[in-house]
Design a protein around this ligand. Structure first.
Ligand code: NAD
Ligand code: MG
Length: 378
Protein backbone atom coordinates (compact mmCIF):
# COMPACT_ATOMS: atom_id res chain seq x y z
CA UNK A 1 0.00 0.00 0.00
CA UNK A 2 1.32 3.45 -0.94
CA UNK A 3 1.32 6.41 1.42
CA UNK A 4 0.62 9.89 0.03
CA UNK A 5 0.21 13.47 1.14
CA UNK A 6 -2.08 15.84 -0.75
CA UNK A 7 -1.46 19.57 -0.95
CA UNK A 8 -4.61 21.30 -2.18
CA UNK A 9 -6.90 18.47 -1.05
CA UNK A 10 -10.12 20.52 -1.07
CA UNK A 11 -9.83 21.55 -4.73
CA UNK A 12 -10.98 19.92 -7.93
CA UNK A 13 -7.85 17.75 -8.34
CA UNK A 14 -7.49 17.14 -4.59
CA UNK A 15 -11.03 15.81 -4.11
CA UNK A 16 -10.73 13.56 -7.17
CA UNK A 17 -7.39 12.28 -5.85
CA UNK A 18 -9.13 11.31 -2.62
CA UNK A 19 -11.72 9.33 -4.63
CA UNK A 20 -8.83 7.45 -6.20
CA UNK A 21 -7.17 6.97 -2.79
CA UNK A 22 -10.40 5.56 -1.39
CA UNK A 23 -10.83 3.07 -4.23
CA UNK A 24 -7.28 1.75 -3.98
CA UNK A 25 -6.92 2.00 -0.20
CA UNK A 26 -3.99 4.40 -0.56
CA UNK A 27 -2.96 5.62 2.86
CA UNK A 28 -3.27 9.42 3.23
CA UNK A 29 -0.75 10.74 5.72
CA UNK A 30 -1.31 14.48 5.39
CA UNK A 31 -3.66 16.99 3.79
CA UNK A 32 -3.27 20.71 3.14
CA UNK A 33 -5.65 23.40 1.91
CA UNK A 34 -5.89 27.17 1.84
CA UNK A 35 -8.99 28.06 3.85
CA UNK A 36 -11.82 25.54 3.45
CA UNK A 37 -11.61 24.39 7.08
CA UNK A 38 -14.78 22.34 7.15
CA UNK A 39 -14.01 20.18 4.13
CA UNK A 40 -10.37 19.77 5.17
CA UNK A 41 -11.42 18.48 8.59
CA UNK A 42 -14.01 16.12 7.12
CA UNK A 43 -11.36 14.72 4.75
CA UNK A 44 -8.82 14.34 7.56
CA UNK A 45 -11.30 12.39 9.66
CA UNK A 46 -12.47 10.19 6.81
CA UNK A 47 -8.93 9.27 5.71
CA UNK A 48 -7.52 9.20 9.26
CA UNK A 49 -4.72 11.60 8.34
CA UNK A 50 -1.90 12.25 10.79
CA UNK A 51 -1.46 15.91 9.84
CA UNK A 52 -3.50 18.71 8.31
CA UNK A 53 -2.29 22.13 7.28
CA UNK A 54 -4.71 25.02 6.88
CA UNK A 55 -2.69 27.71 5.13
CA UNK A 56 -4.87 30.62 6.26
CA UNK A 57 -3.88 31.26 9.87
CA UNK A 58 -7.26 32.88 10.58
CA UNK A 59 -8.87 29.50 10.04
CA UNK A 60 -6.49 27.52 12.25
CA UNK A 61 -8.70 27.89 15.33
CA UNK A 62 -11.73 26.52 13.46
CA UNK A 63 -9.68 23.51 12.40
CA UNK A 64 -8.31 22.91 15.91
CA UNK A 65 -11.81 23.17 17.41
CA UNK A 66 -13.24 20.86 14.76
CA UNK A 67 -10.53 18.22 15.26
CA UNK A 68 -10.39 18.51 19.05
CA UNK A 69 -10.23 15.07 20.62
CA UNK A 70 -8.77 13.44 17.50
CA UNK A 71 -5.09 12.57 17.10
CA UNK A 72 -4.76 14.72 13.97
CA UNK A 73 -2.02 17.35 14.28
CA UNK A 74 -2.95 20.81 12.97
CA UNK A 75 -0.41 22.99 11.18
CA UNK A 76 -0.74 26.37 9.48
CA UNK A 77 0.93 28.89 7.15
CA UNK A 78 4.13 28.48 5.14
CA UNK A 79 5.75 26.71 8.09
CA UNK A 80 2.95 24.14 8.18
CA UNK A 81 3.11 23.54 4.41
CA UNK A 82 6.84 23.06 4.72
CA UNK A 83 6.39 20.48 7.49
CA UNK A 84 3.92 18.57 5.34
CA UNK A 85 6.29 18.65 2.34
CA UNK A 86 9.02 17.16 4.56
CA UNK A 87 7.05 14.12 5.75
CA UNK A 88 8.06 10.64 4.65
CA UNK A 89 5.53 9.49 2.03
CA UNK A 90 5.82 7.55 -1.23
CA UNK A 91 4.24 10.32 -3.30
CA UNK A 92 3.35 13.92 -2.57
CA UNK A 93 0.53 15.21 -4.76
CA UNK A 94 0.83 18.93 -5.30
CA UNK A 95 -2.56 20.22 -6.45
CA UNK A 96 -2.27 23.71 -5.01
CA UNK A 97 -3.24 26.43 -7.49
CA UNK A 98 -0.76 29.12 -8.53
CA UNK A 99 2.88 29.89 -7.80
CA UNK A 100 2.16 29.11 -4.13
CA UNK A 101 2.91 25.52 -5.19
CA UNK A 102 6.53 26.21 -6.15
CA UNK A 103 8.27 26.15 -2.77
CA UNK A 104 6.40 23.06 -1.44
CA UNK A 105 7.35 21.18 -4.64
CA UNK A 106 11.01 22.02 -4.11
CA UNK A 107 10.82 21.03 -0.45
CA UNK A 108 9.26 17.68 -1.32
CA UNK A 109 12.02 17.08 -3.87
CA UNK A 110 14.79 17.98 -1.45
CA UNK A 111 13.25 15.55 1.04
CA UNK A 112 13.60 12.88 -1.67
CA UNK A 113 9.87 12.34 -2.27
CA UNK A 114 8.40 11.55 -5.69
CA UNK A 115 6.03 14.34 -6.74
CA UNK A 116 2.71 13.88 -8.52
CA UNK A 117 2.51 17.34 -10.01
CA UNK A 118 -0.77 19.01 -10.94
CA UNK A 119 0.50 22.47 -10.06
CA UNK A 120 1.74 23.57 -13.50
CA UNK A 121 2.76 27.01 -12.22
CA UNK A 122 5.63 25.22 -10.40
CA UNK A 123 7.20 24.21 -13.72
CA UNK A 124 6.32 27.39 -15.58
CA UNK A 125 8.10 29.57 -13.05
CA UNK A 126 10.73 27.29 -11.54
CA UNK A 127 10.97 24.52 -14.12
CA UNK A 128 14.70 24.53 -14.69
CA UNK A 129 15.50 24.50 -10.95
CA UNK A 130 12.80 21.92 -10.20
CA UNK A 131 13.92 19.49 -12.91
CA UNK A 132 17.61 19.73 -12.07
CA UNK A 133 16.95 19.28 -8.32
CA UNK A 134 14.74 16.28 -9.06
CA UNK A 135 17.48 14.75 -11.18
CA UNK A 136 20.08 15.34 -8.48
CA UNK A 137 17.87 13.71 -5.86
CA UNK A 138 16.72 10.86 -8.11
CA UNK A 139 13.11 11.98 -7.56
CA UNK A 140 10.35 11.30 -10.10
CA UNK A 141 8.16 14.15 -11.31
CA UNK A 142 4.93 12.40 -12.29
CA UNK A 143 2.72 14.74 -14.34
CA UNK A 144 -0.97 14.96 -13.46
CA UNK A 145 -1.95 17.48 -16.12
CA UNK A 146 -3.80 15.31 -18.65
CA UNK A 147 -1.72 16.38 -21.67
CA UNK A 148 1.57 15.84 -19.87
CA UNK A 149 0.42 12.54 -18.46
CA UNK A 150 -0.42 11.55 -22.05
CA UNK A 151 3.05 12.54 -23.30
CA UNK A 152 4.67 10.78 -20.35
CA UNK A 153 2.73 7.62 -21.22
CA UNK A 154 3.58 7.90 -24.94
CA UNK A 155 7.29 8.16 -24.09
CA UNK A 156 7.32 4.96 -22.06
CA UNK A 157 9.19 2.15 -23.73
CA UNK A 158 10.72 4.51 -26.31
CA UNK A 159 13.94 6.46 -26.51
CA UNK A 160 13.21 10.12 -25.81
CA UNK A 161 16.25 11.11 -27.93
CA UNK A 162 14.28 9.87 -30.94
CA UNK A 163 11.37 12.26 -30.41
CA UNK A 164 10.94 14.76 -33.22
CA UNK A 165 8.07 16.74 -31.66
CA UNK A 166 5.05 16.54 -29.44
CA UNK A 167 1.46 17.35 -30.34
CA UNK A 168 -0.08 19.21 -27.41
CA UNK A 169 -3.86 19.11 -27.69
CA UNK A 170 -6.14 21.93 -26.55
CA UNK A 171 -9.93 21.93 -26.22
CA UNK A 172 -10.04 25.52 -27.49
CA UNK A 173 -12.18 26.52 -24.50
CA UNK A 174 -15.65 28.09 -24.53
CA UNK A 175 -14.64 30.89 -26.93
CA UNK A 176 -13.25 28.83 -29.79
CA UNK A 177 -13.92 30.64 -33.08
CA UNK A 178 -14.42 34.05 -31.40
CA UNK A 179 -12.83 37.22 -32.76
CA UNK A 180 -11.05 39.78 -30.57
CA UNK A 181 -14.11 42.01 -30.94
CA UNK A 182 -16.45 39.28 -29.74
CA UNK A 183 -14.25 38.54 -26.71
CA UNK A 184 -14.98 42.10 -25.49
CA UNK A 185 -18.53 41.22 -24.46
CA UNK A 186 -17.76 37.91 -22.72
CA UNK A 187 -19.18 37.59 -19.18
CA UNK A 188 -17.78 35.86 -16.11
CA UNK A 189 -20.53 33.23 -16.23
CA UNK A 190 -19.65 32.36 -19.85
CA UNK A 191 -15.95 32.21 -19.05
CA UNK A 192 -16.55 29.89 -16.11
CA UNK A 193 -18.44 27.37 -18.26
CA UNK A 194 -15.88 24.96 -19.77
CA UNK A 195 -17.20 22.61 -22.48
CA UNK A 196 -15.38 19.41 -21.38
CA UNK A 197 -13.84 19.70 -17.92
CA UNK A 198 -15.03 20.72 -14.47
CA UNK A 199 -12.12 22.42 -12.70
CA UNK A 200 -11.14 25.11 -10.19
CA UNK A 201 -12.05 28.69 -11.16
CA UNK A 202 -8.50 29.88 -11.97
CA UNK A 203 -7.72 27.11 -14.44
CA UNK A 204 -11.23 27.41 -15.93
CA UNK A 205 -10.53 31.06 -16.76
CA UNK A 206 -7.05 30.08 -18.01
CA UNK A 207 -8.73 27.58 -20.33
CA UNK A 208 -11.04 30.28 -21.69
CA UNK A 209 -8.18 32.72 -22.41
CA UNK A 210 -5.95 29.85 -23.67
CA UNK A 211 -3.41 30.91 -21.01
CA UNK A 212 -3.75 27.34 -19.80
CA UNK A 213 -2.34 26.03 -23.08
CA UNK A 214 0.43 28.59 -22.95
CA UNK A 215 1.36 27.47 -19.43
CA UNK A 216 1.21 23.86 -20.60
CA UNK A 217 3.53 24.68 -23.52
CA UNK A 218 6.17 25.85 -21.02
CA UNK A 219 5.36 22.98 -18.65
CA UNK A 220 6.00 20.48 -21.48
CA UNK A 221 9.31 22.13 -22.42
CA UNK A 222 10.55 21.78 -18.86
CA UNK A 223 9.22 18.31 -18.12
CA UNK A 224 10.42 16.70 -21.32
CA UNK A 225 13.43 18.92 -22.08
CA UNK A 226 12.12 20.19 -25.43
CA UNK A 227 12.79 23.27 -27.55
CA UNK A 228 9.80 25.57 -28.32
CA UNK A 229 9.98 24.48 -31.98
CA UNK A 230 9.32 20.88 -30.96
CA UNK A 231 5.83 21.57 -29.60
CA UNK A 232 2.82 21.87 -31.88
CA UNK A 233 -0.46 22.97 -30.33
CA UNK A 234 -3.52 21.40 -31.91
CA UNK A 235 -7.08 22.37 -31.09
CA UNK A 236 -9.08 19.20 -30.55
CA UNK A 237 -12.56 20.11 -29.36
CA UNK A 238 -13.55 16.70 -28.01
CA UNK A 239 -10.66 16.29 -25.48
CA UNK A 240 -10.33 12.59 -26.28
CA UNK A 241 -6.77 12.53 -27.64
CA UNK A 242 -4.92 13.95 -24.64
CA UNK A 243 -1.68 14.57 -26.58
CA UNK A 244 0.76 12.63 -28.75
CA UNK A 245 4.44 12.17 -29.51
CA UNK A 246 5.91 12.12 -33.01
CA UNK A 247 9.14 10.11 -33.41
CA UNK A 248 11.92 10.56 -35.97
CA UNK A 249 10.44 7.94 -38.30
CA UNK A 250 7.14 9.87 -38.55
CA UNK A 251 5.27 7.48 -36.28
CA UNK A 252 2.85 9.29 -33.96
CA UNK A 253 1.88 7.67 -30.65
CA UNK A 254 -1.06 9.24 -28.83
CA UNK A 255 -2.93 8.58 -25.59
CA UNK A 256 -6.72 8.65 -25.52
CA UNK A 257 -9.32 8.32 -22.82
CA UNK A 258 -12.56 9.80 -21.54
CA UNK A 259 -12.01 13.41 -20.41
CA UNK A 260 -11.78 12.55 -16.72
CA UNK A 261 -8.90 13.77 -14.54
CA UNK A 262 -9.12 10.71 -12.31
CA UNK A 263 -7.27 8.73 -14.99
CA UNK A 264 -4.08 10.88 -15.02
CA UNK A 265 -4.34 11.45 -11.24
CA UNK A 266 -4.44 7.72 -10.63
CA UNK A 267 -1.64 7.04 -13.11
CA UNK A 268 0.61 9.45 -11.21
CA UNK A 269 -0.35 8.12 -7.77
CA UNK A 270 -0.04 4.42 -8.64
CA UNK A 271 2.74 4.70 -11.24
CA UNK A 272 3.74 2.40 -12.84
CA UNK A 273 0.67 0.26 -12.03
CA UNK A 274 -2.52 0.37 -14.11
CA UNK A 275 -5.53 -0.63 -12.04
CA UNK A 276 -9.29 -0.07 -12.59
CA UNK A 277 -10.11 3.62 -12.23
CA UNK A 278 -13.36 5.24 -11.03
CA UNK A 279 -13.76 7.05 -14.40
CA UNK A 280 -16.02 6.60 -17.41
CA UNK A 281 -14.68 4.40 -20.24
CA UNK A 282 -14.04 5.93 -23.64
CA UNK A 283 -16.46 4.94 -26.40
CA UNK A 284 -15.02 6.14 -29.70
CA UNK A 285 -18.17 5.17 -31.57
CA UNK A 286 -20.23 7.49 -29.34
CA UNK A 287 -18.01 10.30 -30.63
CA UNK A 288 -17.96 9.11 -34.25
CA UNK A 289 -15.78 12.01 -35.39
CA UNK A 290 -12.75 13.67 -33.83
CA UNK A 291 -11.69 17.10 -35.09
CA UNK A 292 -8.34 18.90 -35.21
CA UNK A 293 -7.55 22.55 -35.98
CA UNK A 294 -4.80 25.15 -35.66
CA UNK A 295 -4.94 27.52 -32.64
CA UNK A 296 -5.84 31.18 -33.19
CA UNK A 297 -2.74 33.00 -31.93
CA UNK A 298 -4.03 36.36 -33.21
CA UNK A 299 -7.12 36.39 -31.01
CA UNK A 300 -5.75 34.76 -27.87
CA UNK A 301 -2.98 37.05 -26.57
CA UNK A 302 -2.28 34.87 -23.55
CA UNK A 303 -1.26 31.91 -25.71
CA UNK A 304 1.00 33.89 -28.04
CA UNK A 305 2.57 35.71 -25.05
CA UNK A 306 3.40 32.41 -23.33
CA UNK A 307 5.05 31.04 -26.46
CA UNK A 308 7.04 34.25 -26.73
CA UNK A 309 8.01 34.02 -23.04
CA UNK A 310 9.01 30.38 -23.50
CA UNK A 311 11.38 31.38 -26.29
CA UNK A 312 12.88 34.20 -24.22
CA UNK A 313 13.33 32.13 -21.04
CA UNK A 314 14.81 33.78 -17.93
CA UNK A 315 12.18 35.53 -15.82
CA UNK A 316 9.71 35.91 -18.71
CA UNK A 317 7.65 32.74 -18.05
CA UNK A 318 7.30 33.91 -14.43
CA UNK A 319 6.31 37.39 -15.61
CA UNK A 320 3.48 36.17 -17.83
CA UNK A 321 2.36 33.73 -15.15
CA UNK A 322 2.37 36.35 -12.38
CA UNK A 323 0.56 38.92 -14.55
CA UNK A 324 -2.03 36.29 -15.40
CA UNK A 325 -2.57 35.17 -11.79
CA UNK A 326 -3.18 38.77 -10.75
CA UNK A 327 -5.39 39.58 -13.76
CA UNK A 328 -7.53 36.46 -13.23
CA UNK A 329 -7.98 37.42 -9.59
CA UNK A 330 -9.17 40.90 -10.65
CA UNK A 331 -11.46 39.42 -13.31
CA UNK A 332 -13.06 36.99 -10.83
CA UNK A 333 -13.59 39.95 -8.47
CA UNK A 334 -15.37 41.85 -11.32
CA UNK A 335 -12.62 44.50 -11.39
CA UNK A 336 -11.54 44.03 -15.02
CA UNK A 337 -13.08 42.63 -18.21
CA UNK A 338 -12.26 39.24 -19.70
CA UNK A 339 -10.31 40.58 -22.69
CA UNK A 340 -8.11 42.66 -20.37
CA UNK A 341 -6.51 39.50 -18.97
CA UNK A 342 -4.81 38.99 -22.34
CA UNK A 343 -3.89 42.67 -22.55
CA UNK A 344 -2.20 42.56 -19.14
CA UNK A 345 -0.28 39.39 -19.93
CA UNK A 346 0.91 40.77 -23.25
CA UNK A 347 1.59 44.18 -21.68
CA UNK A 348 3.75 42.63 -18.94
CA UNK A 349 5.77 40.66 -21.49
CA UNK A 350 6.48 43.89 -23.37
CA UNK A 351 7.12 46.01 -20.27
CA UNK A 352 9.65 43.78 -18.53
CA UNK A 353 13.30 43.52 -19.28
CA UNK A 354 14.50 39.92 -19.12
CA UNK A 355 16.84 38.70 -16.39
CA UNK A 356 18.36 35.32 -15.74
CA UNK A 357 17.00 33.04 -13.02
CA UNK A 358 19.52 31.58 -10.60
CA UNK A 359 17.46 31.04 -7.48
CA UNK A 360 13.94 30.78 -6.13
CA UNK A 361 14.17 34.33 -4.83
CA UNK A 362 14.82 35.58 -8.41
CA UNK A 363 11.54 33.89 -9.38
CA UNK A 364 9.54 35.20 -6.44
CA UNK A 365 10.80 38.74 -7.08
CA UNK A 366 9.77 38.63 -10.76
CA UNK A 367 6.38 37.24 -9.73
CA UNK A 368 5.84 40.09 -7.28
CA UNK A 369 6.83 42.70 -9.86
CA UNK A 370 4.51 41.24 -12.49
CA UNK A 371 1.58 41.29 -10.07
CA UNK A 372 2.36 44.88 -9.14
CA UNK A 373 2.47 45.82 -12.83
CA UNK A 374 -1.10 44.53 -13.24
CA UNK A 375 -2.41 46.16 -10.06
CA UNK A 376 -0.82 49.50 -10.96
CA UNK A 377 -2.34 49.46 -14.43
CA UNK A 378 -5.80 48.10 -13.60
P1 NAD B 1 -8.83 24.46 -7.15
O1 NAD B 1 -8.94 25.93 -7.07
O2 NAD B 1 -10.06 23.65 -7.31
O3 NAD B 1 -8.06 23.91 -5.86
C1 NAD B 1 -6.88 24.49 -5.39
C2 NAD B 1 -6.50 23.87 -4.06
O4 NAD B 1 -5.29 24.49 -3.61
C3 NAD B 1 -7.53 24.07 -2.95
O5 NAD B 1 -7.56 22.91 -2.14
C4 NAD B 1 -6.95 25.23 -2.16
O6 NAD B 1 -7.38 25.24 -0.81
C5 NAD B 1 -5.47 24.91 -2.26
N1 NAD B 1 -4.56 26.03 -2.02
C6 NAD B 1 -4.49 27.21 -2.67
N2 NAD B 1 -3.50 27.98 -2.15
C7 NAD B 1 -2.94 27.25 -1.15
C8 NAD B 1 -1.88 27.47 -0.24
N3 NAD B 1 -1.18 28.62 -0.23
N4 NAD B 1 -1.59 26.50 0.65
C9 NAD B 1 -2.28 25.33 0.68
N5 NAD B 1 -3.28 25.08 -0.17
C10 NAD B 1 -3.62 26.02 -1.07
O7 NAD B 1 -7.80 24.15 -8.33
P2 NAD B 1 -7.69 22.84 -9.23
O8 NAD B 1 -8.58 22.97 -10.40
O9 NAD B 1 -7.78 21.63 -8.38
O10 NAD B 1 -6.20 23.01 -9.78
C11 NAD B 1 -5.07 22.79 -8.98
C12 NAD B 1 -3.82 22.81 -9.84
O11 NAD B 1 -3.89 21.74 -10.77
C13 NAD B 1 -3.66 24.08 -10.69
O12 NAD B 1 -2.30 24.39 -10.81
C14 NAD B 1 -4.22 23.67 -12.04
O13 NAD B 1 -3.66 24.41 -13.10
C15 NAD B 1 -3.80 22.22 -12.10
N6 NAD B 1 -4.65 21.39 -12.97
C16 NAD B 1 -5.97 21.25 -12.68
C17 NAD B 1 -6.78 20.48 -13.50
C18 NAD B 1 -8.25 20.27 -13.19
O14 NAD B 1 -8.90 19.53 -13.91
N7 NAD B 1 -8.80 20.88 -12.19
C19 NAD B 1 -6.23 19.85 -14.62
C20 NAD B 1 -4.87 20.00 -14.87
C21 NAD B 1 -4.08 20.77 -14.03
MG1 MG C 1 -4.20 20.21 -19.05
Amino acid sequence: MKTVSILGSTGSIGTQALEVAKMHKISVRALAAHSNAELLCAQAREFVAEYVCIFDENKAKDVRDNLFGSKIKVLTGDEGLSQIANLDVDVMLNSIVGIAGLVPTLEGISHGTDIALANKETLVTGGSIVMSEAKKKGVKILPVDSEHSAIFQCLRGNDSRQVSKILLTASGGPFFGYTKEKLKSVTKEQALRHPNWSMGSKITIDSATLMNKGLEFIEAMRLFDLQPGQIEIIVHRESVLHSAVEYNDGSVIGQMGAPDMKIPIQYALLYPERLPCPAKRLSLTDYGTLTFAKPDLETFDCLSSCIQAAKQGGIMPTVVNGANEEAVKLFLADKIKFYQIGEFVKGALEAFENRSVNSVSDILRADKEARLYVRDNA
